[in-house]
Ligand binder design. Structure first.
Ligand SMILES: Nc1ncnc2c1ncn2[C@@H]1O[C@H](COP(=O)(O)OP(=O)(O)OP(=O)(O)O)[C@@H](O)[C@H]1O
Length: 277
């Protein structure tokens, strides 16, 4: 078991979305995204074909500017693809409904308290008013932020703010979590701790995760499958299923294992090769 197997975030995962009916599945068919027109047109990504079954922890990795965030935005439904079909849970992606999103910066509402940020997410998730306070406290307890509901956002650390952002994403109880370099701005220790919590969460059945990163370390540690993108326009250069165990081994043991080292090296080499191609 991970050293954080009983962590609050892990417990929370058990409550998010029942498995079944293809919820959380992602299908990308011949998907491309371009910006601008004429000589100024830029194709950011594609064409990409990808099937992500429910429960997968897919890491998208590639050099800066290769289109990782663009692909994530298409899956979130923030913008329509210029070409191809994007389906989530068997239909069109709908922001805030078919997925929860965590960005590099927590993007919390600074004028609201910690609890107020979660309340708003519960409201958008159409959780009945009478249930919101209980659910909010439950979420905060389970991301390790007991007794912070009344704190202002600037009174808590960056790592704590990112925990609030994760709780907020989970408040919607979506079967898909999209994470765009969520730990990049954090110190190394906090980053490792949150990676461990997230990995433990993901080993619970039911939720699909798509996680964007530059880091081969992070990709090897987190992914049940790692997709390496080419340089812009990002296409699938390599699709690597991870054989690392997702439960039953501690984070330190995993990070110290030769299998992890080999996977990390394979990803690192593939990213370099794909960026140069
Ligand atoms: N709204 C937009 N308008 C014009 N160009 C865009 C837009 N969004 C992205 N691009 C371009 O598309 C390309 C891919 O950008 P994207 O942010 O998806 O890459 P990325 O792999 O996530 O980069 P990084 O790792 O640096 O965050 C870049 O060249 C970027 O400038």
């Amino acid at each position: 078991m991970s050293s954080h197997s009983n962590s609050p975030v892990a417990e929370l995962a058990g409550r998010v979305d029942a498995v079944g009916g293809g919820r959380g599945a992602i299908s990308l068919r011949n998907v491309s995204q371009s910006y601008g027109s004429g000589d100024a047109a830029v194709t950011a990504v594609g064409p990409v074909d990808l099937d992500i079954p429910p429960g997968e922890f897919l890491v998208l990795v590639g050099a800066s500017g290769c289109g990782k965030s663009t692909l994530l935005r298409l899956i979130a439904g923030f913008e329509p693809a210029t070409q191809g079909d994007v389906e989530v849970s068997g239909g069109q992606p709908v922001p805030g409904i078919t997925s929860g999103v965590v960005f590099q910066q927590p993007r919390l509402f600074p004028w609201k308290t910690v609890g107020g940020n979660i309340d708003l997410a519960l409201k958008y998730a159409r959780v009945p008013k009478g249930e919101r306070a209980r659910r909010r406290d439950e979420l905060l307890t389970r991301v390790g932020l007991d007794d912070t509901a009344d704190r202002r956002i600037w009174e808590i650390s960056g790592g704590q703010q990112q925990r609030v952002a994760i709780a907020r994403a989970l408040a919607g109880q979506t079967s898909l979590l999209l994470l765009d370099e969520p730990f990049a701005a954090l110190d190394a220790l906090t980053r490792e701790r949150l990676q461990e919590d997230l990995r433990t969460v993901s080993s619970d059945l039911g939720r699909t995760n798509v996680f964007v990163t530059h880091s081969a370390d992070e990709a090897a540690f987190l992914g049940s499958r790692i997709v390496v993108l080419t340089s812009r326009p990002g296409r699938v250069a390599l699709d690597i299923p991870s054989t690392l165990p997702r439960v039953g081994v501690g984070a330190d043991d995993l990070r110290g294992s030769p299998e992890y080292a080999a996977l990390r090296a394979e990803i690192g080499a593939a990213v370099k090769e794909a960026a140069a191609a």
